[in-house]
Design a protein around this ligand. Structure first.
Ligand code: ASP
Length: 348
């Protein structure tokens, strides 16, 4: 006997995702007032002027925005980064957004991205973007970058990939991304670790956002670090190594209260003999010394030309100096022993 077939239950209507834009400024929001002698002023264009000028952006997702700051990212501070982290945390905790986009200047976007990657306690997408050319100038990369960043923040496949940076159709991981050109629209690379993904075609047509990998290190909700906006960060200085580097730069940093020093070393995080001796003396005084490299790609390895075990130095692995500084700052709020700090550098 044929059983009457039961009607199929209707699938629940697909919920449209919600993306919050937290604008901080940068060239993407740059304007050139008529009386400005040359160039442009970053961070002045209001968000709604930008959103209204991007066709199709509202078809991607429900978009809201807030102006958190209006600065050139050369003026970014750790207190503003912490404020941003707390705003993002509150948005996710209250389930007000499924993803966040942070328009940001390109000069320090990799630093803010890595900071957020270490302190935001959520696996939801956080996507930073910017532009090399002001929004309303000829062939600006701003509209496309903002559109792509919103598309990635609304994409369920972006979940649990750590904080991302979307520029020029490329999706970079916060830990790996580095600015590598002063002017080109192809100004970012993830040279050592590779791209997290890419935008291949039209985001509105579907299947355009492709991912190639996941983060290699702990991030966001897996991280042990957290911050509040009123937190006082320990001073960490970066010293740029070069031929005939004066070793007493180390003493100057220690005298000014640095609790950590990152050497932007030559080659494999190297520095001259005089500087090594001053740095080892700083370690004896309780100052953490991390060896990074200003080469721009590759890892700094322990105990190659410098006896890190004997000197009490930490190596940054593949973190460039500016990101090593951020991790050291957060690390110093937890640990002080070189082996403990090295363990954190091997984890994040
Ligand atoms: N100086 C600008 C900034 O970082 C450069 C840019 O956004 O491209 O805000």
């Amino acid at each position: 006997m044929n059983m009457p077939s039961l009607p199929h239950p209707m699938p629940p209507p697909k919920k449209k995702s919600r993306v919050m834009i937290l604008a901080t400024g940068g060239t993407i929001a740059g304007t050139a007032p008529a009386n400005h002698p040359n160039g442009y002023v970053p961070g002045k264009l209001p968000m709604d002027a930008m959103i209204n000028a991007i066709p199709g952006i509202h078809d991607l997702t429900d978009i809201q925005w807030r102006q958190v700051a209006g600065i050139g990212s050369q003026d970014m501070t750790f207190s503003l980064m912490a404020h941003l982290a707390n705003q993002i945390g509150a948005l996710f905790e209250s389930d007000t957004a499924d993803g966040v986009v942070v328009p940001h200047g390109t000069d320090t976007v990799e630093e803010t991205a890595y900071f957020l990657n270490l302190v935001v306690k959520s696996s939801k997408p956080v996507v930073l973007t910017g532009a090399m050319r002001p929004f309303f100038t000829l062939s600006s990369d701003g509209p496309r970058n903002l559109f792509s960043a919103v598309a990635v923040a609304a994409d369920a496949k972006a979940v649990d990939r750590g904080v991302l940076v979307v520029m020029n159709d490329q999706i970079h991981g916060a830990r790996s991304v580095q600015k590598c050109h002063t002017l080109d629209v192809a100004a970012f690379t993830s040279r050592t670790c590779g791209l997290m993904g890419a935008i291949c075609g039209d985001c509105l047509a579907g299947n355009a956002i492709r991912y190639f990998r996941r983060p290699f290190r702990k991030h966001t909700h897996q991280s042990e670090f957290s911050v509040s906006p009123d937190l006082l960060f320990p001073r960490v200085d970066i010293l740029y190594a070069c031929a005939d580097m004066p070793g007493d730069l180390i003493d100057g940093a220690v005298e000014r209260g640095a609790r950590g020093i990152v050497i932007a070393g030559v080659g494999n995080g190297n520095m001259n003999d005089h500087t090594i001796r001053r740095a080892a003396a700083a370690v004896q005084k309780g100052v953490a010394v991390v060896r990074s490299s200003h080469v721009g790609a590759g890892c700094v390895l322990r105990n190659v030309e410098i006896d890190d075990d004997a000197m009490g130095f930490v190596v940054a692995n593949d973190l460039p100096p500016s990101k090593a500084r951020i991790l050291l700052m957060l690390a110093l709020m937890k640990n002080h022993r070189p082996d403990q700090i090295q363990a954190l550098f091997d984890t994040y």
